[in-house]
Structure formats: C-alpha cells, structure tokens
Design a protein around this ligand. Structure first.
Ligand code: NVA
Length: 310
C-alpha cells in the first residue's frame, strides 16, 4: 500500500522515529542512500510562494540520485485547467513521488486518494508536517540526540490557529514532547486537531496545553517557537492580525521565562519586530539556520522512508 505524508500523524511514533534516525544519518553523510537512482523523477508543485521548500526538496531529490521537476502552480492550474485526480493520474505514470504545496488540505487528500506514488504535504493551510520533522531534528541536534526528545517542553507562540501550530501539536506529541501553544482568542487551534494531539500524547507520554496566556506557555520551556502572524493566503487580514497578535511577540523578556538554555525556532520567513524581535532571532538562543538546513535532511529521510514502504 502506498504511504503518503499529508499530516504529522500519518507517521506513528515508531515510524516518525525511523524517519528522524534516517534524517540524522543524512546529516552525517548527505549521500548515504540513493533510493531515487536512475534518476527517477519527483514532481514538486507549488501553488503558494516558496524558497526553503523548493530548494531543499530539489536539492534533496538530486542528492538521493533523482531528478526534481519543479512545477509552477500558476502554469499547472491544478483543479482549474484539469481536475486534481487527472493531474495525479498523469504525474504518477512519470514520477516516483509527488510533493505539493497548496491551499486546502482536501486538495492533497484528493490527490492521495488516487495516487499510487507517495504524496507529500509541502504545506497546506492546515499543516506543515515536513517543517516539524526538521524542527524535531533541530531540537535533537541541540539537546543530545533523538533519545532526548521525549519530555522536551516546546512552546509555540502567536497565530495558534495556523498550519505550524497544528503541526507542532501533532508532530510534537508524536515525538513525546510537551507542546504548549499560546495565542489570543480567535487564533487558537481547531478542536479536532487538539483532540487528536491529546489522543497521541496519551500514548507517547507527551502533553498538550492550549492557552491565551503567553507567559504560562513559555514558563520553563526548552524550546520556544514562533511563525509569521500573516500566513500565505491571509494577506487581506494583515492589519487586523498584527493588532490582534501584538502581545504575542517573542522578545528577550518573554524568552527569560523559558529555561536558561532554551532554543528559539522559526520556520522562516521571519518578520523582525513583529512575531519576533531581532534580538531573539539574531541572538544566541536562535537555531533557525540549523533548522532551515534540517529541512533538507528531514525531507530526504521522509522520501527515502516513503519509497521503501510502498
Ligand atoms: N504559517 C506560514 C508558514 C510559512 C512557512 C504560512 O503558511 O505562510
């Protein structure tokens, strides 16, 4: 059966661990495996802007021995010029995997329902699961390896209704983390995501906290994370969002409530002076460049794992 990675909980805790172990191996030796030798093609489609995701998937596919085909969504017009299902049927005859950044999660689900090759979520409105794999690798890198992940306290602050918050909740508890997300009323995660995260946490020893109290969320945290307050597609609401989220900025004062050696994560792009101050993101706690590099290792690991579990 073809495996897909549409949301963080598509991998069980054991499976996520296998992917992360492989990610560590790729960081040690970028050419340790070449599952796409041939070269086999991987289609990488973008319906939204991209920098890190395009470069890390394209580089990753090439380093796995494959050939990346980056498709501009404005040309492909998936679902407009032809249906999601028809696009999928064409692509799966030619490539070994499909990576897609798009809007609604249901578009990705529609693709996965017909695809005989693995489909990977490269960000939707709902989730950004590849980023969380990279973030977990980054936490492991700075906290004594993968064995140190369970029990780490991660606080995500800001727009807690967005894709990153949902993925921190699901992917974090899958790794046994204690995940706290803080945002104002109206910017809190969907109930179904919280319920699913609580279910996973009960099995892994992690926990879930959802709060409007930013200081409570960050108290004693090992890891503090932020994301833009205006996600791709939310630009029309920019002014309203900047006002609503103003008290949820990560600054030095907020970081002082976390552990002394807490690290700071941000998936980027970052807006200094909005969700995070320059002092924090450019300061000693920040590991955001390691985090960006880990996209490459994590995604190579994920693609390798998916190709080996067909
Ligand atoms: N929440 C952000 C993440 C960017 C990588 C967005 O969806 O735009």
């Amino acid at each position: 059966m073809t495996r897909h990675f549409l949301r963080d909980d598509d991998l069980t805790p054991d499976e996520q661990r296998e992917v992360l172990e492989l990610g560590m191996a790729f960081r040690e030796d970028r050419f340790v495996r070449a599952p796409l030798a041939g070269p086999q093609g991987v289609a990488i489609l973008f319906d939204k802007p991209t920098l890190r995701t395009q470069v890390s998937f394209a580089t990753g596919v090439a380093e796995l021995g494959g050939f990346p085909l980056v498709v501009d969504g404005r040309l492909a017009q998936v679902g407009v010029r032809e249906s999601v299902a028809d696009v999928t049927r064409v692509l799966e005859r030619q490539v070994s995997a499909i990576v897609w950044r798009t809007f609604g999660q249901e578009r990705l689900e529609e693709m996965a329902a017909v695809s005989t090759v693995p489909v990977v979520n490269a960000l939707t409105d709902g989730f950004h699961p590849c980023q969380i794999l990279a973030d977990l690798l980054t936490v492991a890198q700075h906290r004594g390896g993968l064995a140190a992940l369970p029990g780490q306290r991660l606080a995500y602050v800001g727009d807690a209704a967005n894709n990153m918050a949902a993925s921190y909740l699901l992917g974090g508890v899958t790794a046994g983390l204690h995940v706290a997300v803080a945002g104002p009323e109206g910017y809190l995660p969907p109930a179904d995501v919280v319920a699913r995260a609580e279910e996973i946490a009960a099995a892994t020893g992690g926990s879930v906290t959802v709060t409007t109290d930013v200081h409570a969320a960050v108290a004693g945290a090992d890891v503090v994370a932020a994301d833009t307050w205006v996600s791709m597609g939310d630009e029309d609401e920019a002014a309203e969002r900047l006002a609503a989220l103003d008290a949820y900025r990560v600054d030095v004062a907020l970081m002082s409530g976390a552990k002394d050696d807490a690290i700071f994560l941000h998936c980027l792009p970052a807006y200094r002076g909005k969700e995070v101050t320059a002092e924090v993101i450019d300061g000693p706690a920040s590991v955001v460049w390691d985090e960006a590099e880990n996209r490459l290792h994590a995604q190579k690991a994920l693609l390798t794992w998916l190709l080996e579990h067909r």
